[in-house]
Design a protein around this ligand. Structure first.
Ligand code: IFM
Length: 777
């Protein structure tokens, strides 16, 4: 069944709308996730107003992590719901699976973040009900969500609307709240306070509704619920307009960092009411207008335009840019980005290497202030990284594979998923042995510095991260006496189908790079910035770090291409059994190989879940000559199932680099469809945040050809056949650039205040402020 429609809209809204064009209760998760709304502080899944079995009604506030019970890891709790509205028409509850649904559409407008649903329904007793539901989460008032409902009936009947705050929600059964207090003021303003069970974070929720028809209003309090019930005698054909403003605050909000615990509850109540009243006066349209203005500014700065036979590509890049904007709290360095952002319970709100390797490049190259906030978060994570290093018997900063609150340390669950062979629960090793994240973060710090030139970040945070992680690697390597070399044994590399491998090429090279970065800093810093050098030396002791790195770096084993020119992904990989992957490659779903093999068995086959050695070739692109890189790309692409959303985009970039244009476009299209494609179950747990970053990367770094060559920005585009033009913004060393690429011409405009020097193709150009330079490719 075709539920999604991508080419909707015309004129100004062409390629800005994503529409669900029919209703099917089995596939609620898809649009709940991809239509999720937010502003980086507040994230709300787009569950429908009326309830359905199988729905997942999620509301998250960034940073409010809690551990539901002793055996669980900390997670982002699902807040009491304020999106639900029960509508009863002539005694029959609105439910689109019953009665007769005559018209249905639900549309996300990426331009202003509004979701509009239109229905025409006939109840089982034959009452016609038409309604338009609208919802926004404001980009201007970060605490505020607003919804409006316009409806009419075709007979004079009673209609009851019930809505409020529903605290009976859980995270898949785990309840996170206690200490509930509820109140309705003046028959209208609702107040609901709760506190997380372990982290003791207070959540304050306020709501108020308005209605333009006479109604009897009754406050109702059930177990963990607070509701206002509106009973309306609706007249045939007459429109009724209803609005609800919902406001959310938490004691973890930045502005309350210094408030005393005994005062916070009162402050939250007062602030909640204040924001509620302000929102109530503005009403839905006023709030929407303000939010739309913010979106307008965002799109003016951030939109990417693709011309040609490219409507879906255009829509998909905007979908990615929409989610990239709402997944991060741009000004709060105590919070990261969840692997499912704030759009679902998957991965519990935890941050992975997804942020630095897939999402951060977008911010580094276009919104450096946000990139800095995210990298400051990693500086704050050093506490947890030290904790983890100590726990595992290492030195320095060993970043947790999964991060939650800044100082939580490792929060990866120890067990997950069923083992299809043994029937037992599978042990999750990533939190214990997937170590490359420490080098990834250091790589991202350096990339941020090269692109932005932000010396202040390096002085305050960046150098320390690189040195501290380098110290970890120096303590992590193991000496192999027989081979007289240092090795990194028993890890998981990016390819999570291979556990307990030795000398994963990605890990070893990235670790070596991390240690070399540190040596360079220790050599240059005393000359360049003696004060910072002194401060860091006192804190970290350069001589001990230097000695430890120098002791191992020259003998660290870095896998080289074998006689066939193939870089072994790990010591084991090239001797593994071959497996016919056709069935899995042709499957429309991901992870189907798990139906046939358990992890232990997968370890024995030459099959990769995701970009691993190929990722290395992308990140450290001068390690090997072009021919070797190409050969390895072909070899590993053949064995990669792209069962992780962190894979196709990288392979698309390299395919394009190596001139496999059809393959590049095919991989790109498949990457665009990770959330937007016809697979109706793949986004149930939330959108894939890394994939949205990957979409930006493969568009701009892939087809747009944007890379750093050392400290030089290089733009060497190669557009796909179907595209005539690609236009995208960049920020380099603080200067905003506009890049316009046509088939064989690239034009770069310097919209900043200072001259910019960069490479277009192989040619070095200087572009004075306010000037454009055009080059034939
Ligand atoms: O970080 C990824 C990992 O690379 C593959 N499994 C899912 C994680 C979270 O997205």
């Amino acid at each position: 069944m075709k539920i999604m429609k991508y080419d909707m809209g015309s004129g100004e809204l062409k390629n800005w709308l994503i529409q669900e064009s029919s209703f099917d209760e089995r596939y609620l998760g898809k649009c709940e996730a991809i239509f999720a709304q937010g502003n980086g502080y507040l994230g709300v899944r787009n569950a429908l107003e009326e309830a359905y079995t199988g729905e997942v009604r999620n509301t998250f506030l960034t940073g409010t992590f809690n551990k539901a019970s002793r055996g669980e890891v900390t997670e982002l709790p699902n807040l009491p719901d304020m999106t639900g509205v029960t509508i009863t028409i002539d005694g029959h509850q609105l439910n689109l699976s019953r009665g007769q649904l005559q018209e249905y559409s639900r549309t996300l407008n990426l331009k202003n973040g509004e979701v509009v649903r239109k229905i025409s329904w006939v109840s089982p007793t034959g009452v016609g009900f038409k309604a338009e539901f609208k919802r926004i989460v404001s980009l201007a008032e970060e605490h505020t969500m607003a919804c409006s409902i316009d409806f009419s009936v075709n007979q004079d009947v009673q209609v009851i609307l019930e809505t409020g705050v529903d605290g009976s929600v859980t995270n898949s059964g785990a309840q996170h709240f206690e200490e509930i207090s509820r109140r309705i003021y003046g028959g209208r303003d609702m107040e609901y306070l709760s506190q997380t069970t372990e982290s003791k974070v207070w959540i304050a929720q306020h709501g108020a509704c308005s209605l333009d028809a006479p109604a009897a209003v009754l406050p109702v309090m059930g177990r963990r619920t607070l509701t206002n019930r509106y009973t309306i005698q609706a007249e045939a054909g007459k429109n009724v307009h209803f609005e609800k403003i919902s406001v959310f605050h938490s004691s973890r909000d930045q502005k309350y960092a210094d408030v005393k615990p005994e005062e916070i509850k009162e402050i939250l109540k007062q602030d909640g009411m204040k924001v509620l009243r302000r929102g109530f006066i503005k009403g839905y349209e006023g709030l929407k207008q303000e939010s739309t203005e913010k979106w307008k500014k965002y799109w003016e700065e951030s939109d990417i335009q693709i011309q040609g036979d490219a409507d879906f590509d255009q829509l998909a890049i905007r979908f990615a840019l929409y989610h990239l904007n709402i997944m991060v709290k741009h000004d709060d360095n105590r919070v990261g980005i969840g692997a499912k952002a704030l759009t679902g319970e998957g991965y519990k709100g935890h941050s992975f290497w997804d942020t630095e390797m897939f999402i951060l490049p977008y911010f580094t190259f276009t919104r450096p202030e946000t990139a800095r906030t995210l990298l400051e978060y990693r500086y704050r994570n050093l506490y947890g990284a030290h904790l983890k290093a100590k726990e595992q018997g290492y030195e320095g900063a060993m970043y947790p594979w999964e991060c939650a609150w800044v100082d939580d340390g490792e929060v990866t669950p120890l067990y997950m998923g069923a083992d299809v062979v043994t029937g037992k629960i599978t042990k999750c090793w990533t939190g214990i042995i997937e170590h490359h994240i420490s080098a990834d973060i250091s790589y991202a710090v350096e990339q941020y510095y090269l692109v932005t030139g932000d010396q202040d970040y390096m002085n305050q945070y960046g150098y320390e991260i690189i040195l501290d992680t380098a110290l970890f690697w120096a303590s992590r390597v193991e000496y192999n006496q027989e081979k007289d070399r240092y090795e990194i044994l028993d890890v998981i590399g990016p390819d999570e189908y291979k556990e307990h491998v030795d000398n994963n090429a990605y890990t070893n090279y990235m670790a070596a790079y991390n240690m070399k970065q540190a040596l360079k800093i220790m050599e240059e810093l005393p000359k360049e910035n003696p004060e910072v050098y002194k401060r860091l030396d006192e804190k970290l002791s350069f001589s001990q770090i230097k000695e430890k790195i120098e002791n191992c770096i020259h003998k660290l084993y870095l896998p080289v291409p074998n006689e066939d020119g193939i870089i072994p992904q790990s010591d084991q990989f090239l001797s593994l059994k071959k497996l016919d992957l056709t069935k899995y490659k042709e499957s429309k779903e991901v992870l189907t190989i798990y139906k046939d093999f358990n992890t232990e068995q997968l370890n024995q086959y030459m099959v990769s879940k995701q970009a691993d050695t190929v990722m290395l070739l992308f990140l450290l692109d001068t390690l090997f000559d072009e021919e070797t890189k190409k050969k390895n790309f072909v070899f590993y692409e053949d064995k990669t199932l792209h069962d992780s959303s962190l894979s196709k985009s990288t392979h698309a970039i390299l395919a394009n680099d190596f001139g496999f244009q059809d393959m590049a476009y095919d991989l790109y299209e498949r990457a665009l469809k990770i959330d937007l494609g016809p697979q109706m179950k793949s986004s149930d747990e939330g959108i894939h945040s890394a994939s949205t970053g990957g979409i930006w990367e493969s568009t701009v770094m892939g087809f747009g050809g944007v890379r750093m060559e050392g400290e030089h920005l290089r733009i060497a585009p190669k557009l796909p056949q179907k595209w005539n033009k690609l236009v995208f913004p960049l920020r380099f060393k603080g200067e905003p650039l506009k890049v316009e690429v046509e088939k064989d011409v690239a034009l770069v405009e310097n919209r900043g205040k200072n001259q910019v020097s960069l490479l277009i193709g192989k040619e070095f150009v200087n572009i004075p402020a306010g000037h454009k330079v055009q080059r034939t490719l």
